[in-house]
Design a protein around this ligand. Structure first.
Ligand SMILES: NC(=O)c1ccc[n+]([C@@H]2O[C@H](COP(=O)([O-])OP(=O)(O)OC[C@H]3O[C@@H](n4cnc5c(N)ncnc54)[C@H](OP(=O)(O)O)[C@@H]3O)[C@@H](O)[C@H]2O)c1
Length: 344
């Protein structure tokens, strides 16, 4: 099998590794990758050698990527979740094939859903968690700051969830993309009239919820300035990671205390009030990552969500370094990036 391995900052290589699929254990699933997607924000930081992220692989050499779509090739005797031939999305690394466990994050893709949409299911599930974590309510005004894959996912989901959605970005190209994904309005973060425009758009009521998906500190300041008094800010970005150090007090009275803002770290699923107490099937969290991804796939199946509209680049896996270098150079024309694992 082939796998992308990072040996140090900007030293990414495709390597050959053995994979024994001849005797799968009872809970094992063997999957061959069709495509994988680049998660620009985190993957770029890892590629550059930025600060370590909890849960991500440590040190070098290490794997990269976590959005993988493939076909099940074989299953162990106790596997019930999938059968041979099923198309699945997982959070596995960029690699041509692998063996995973029945308990790992994995969701079956409905027949009508295009693979190039489905491969974004777990990323969009994280965009969805930004709403859940801050207890989003139907009809609220939501501003999404930062228009990468996660931000544009939140932009697309907001109107589907019943929100009035404002996109705030740092480039006109990304604002255009946000409009195509369903934003009701779009503004540049450094527009001198931003606060007036937000007031106008919300009829003076203000932004109830800000979803922050950008790492730089100026984006954090915009988030706290944009949200209304007693509003909430969902932060999925890794603030300051790989960015210019902070030069202001991020929790000054003016930005935080006086406004009574709530800040929510979107580092996983939100808590859930109504577990079913052990009745089969056991539901501890109705909105855990895989169930949320199932919902995302159902929106795709209904034709309401189409991340592939934002695919700007398709690469054969052998050209992966080219893609990471483009991300490293922060090319704004680059957004959805797909790697094909078909042998040429
Ligand atoms: N919490 C989690 O579990 C989790 C999981 C995955 C990802 N993440 C994080 O979530 C974030 C979003 O991921 P992503 O893949 O969508 O990242 P991304 O592609 O880097 O998107 C962030 C976007 O925000 C833009 N931006 C920078 N400064 C801005 C400002 N002041 N105002 C408005 N926009 C600004 C960036 O532009 P430039 O490129 O010009 O800076 C970029 O286009 C990343 O920080 C990622 O590490 C968190």
């Amino acid at each position: 099998m082939k796998i992308a391995i990072l040996h140090g900052p900007r030293d990414l290589r495709i390597e050959e590794k053995p994979l024994d699929t001849s005797s799968l254990k009872s809970k094992e699933i063997w999957i061959k990758t069709e495509i994988s997607a680049l998660k620009i924000g985190t993957d770029r930081g890892n590629y550059e050698g930025a600060e370590q992220v909890p849960g991500a692989p440590v040190g070098y050499p290490r794997w990269v990527g976590d959005s993988n779509l493939g076909i099940v090739q074989g299953i162990g005797s106790d596997v019930k979740r999938v059968k041979i031939g099923d198309r699945v999305v997982t959070r596995q690394a960029h690699q041509s094939e692998y063996i995973t466990d029945d308990s790992a994050s994995l969701v079956k893709v409905p027949e009508g859903v295009n693979s190039e949409d489905a491969v974004f299911a777990h990323l969009y599930a994280l965009s969805s968690q930004c709403f859940h974590k801050a207890q989003f309510r139907v009809g609220e005004n939501v501003a999404v700051i930062g228009l990468g894959v996660l931000g544009l996912g939140a932009v697309a989901l907001g109107p589907l969830f019943g929100g009035r959605l404002i996109a705030i970005g740092n480039s006109a190209t990304r604002l255009d993309m946000a409009k195509r994904m369903g934003a009701h309005a779009g503004y540049l973060y450094n527009d001198p009239d931003l606060q007036d425009k937000l007031d106008n758009f919300t009829n003076g009521f203000g932004v109830d919820l800000v979803i922050l998906t950008a790492n730089p500190w100026p984006a954090f300041r915009t988030a706290l300035q944009s949200v209304r008094e007693n509003g909430r800010v969902s932060i999925v970005s890794l603030l300051g990671r790989g960015e210019t150090p902070l030069n202001f007090n991020p929790l000054s009275m003016e930005l935080f205390y006086t406004k009574g803002i709530s800040l929510h770290a979107v580092s996983g699923p939100a808590g859930y009030l109504y577990p079913n107490g052990g009745i089969s099937p056991m539901i501890e969290n109705r909105y855990d990552n895989d169930r949320t991804a199932v919902h995302i796939l159902s929106l795709m199946e209904d034709g309401l969500l189409e991340p592939k509209k934002l695919i700007t680049h398709r690469f054969h896996y052998t050209k992966m370094v080219e893609a990471y270098e483009m991300a490293f150079n922060r090319q704004k024309s680059m957004l959805g990036v797909i790697f094909s694992w078909k042998e040429q």
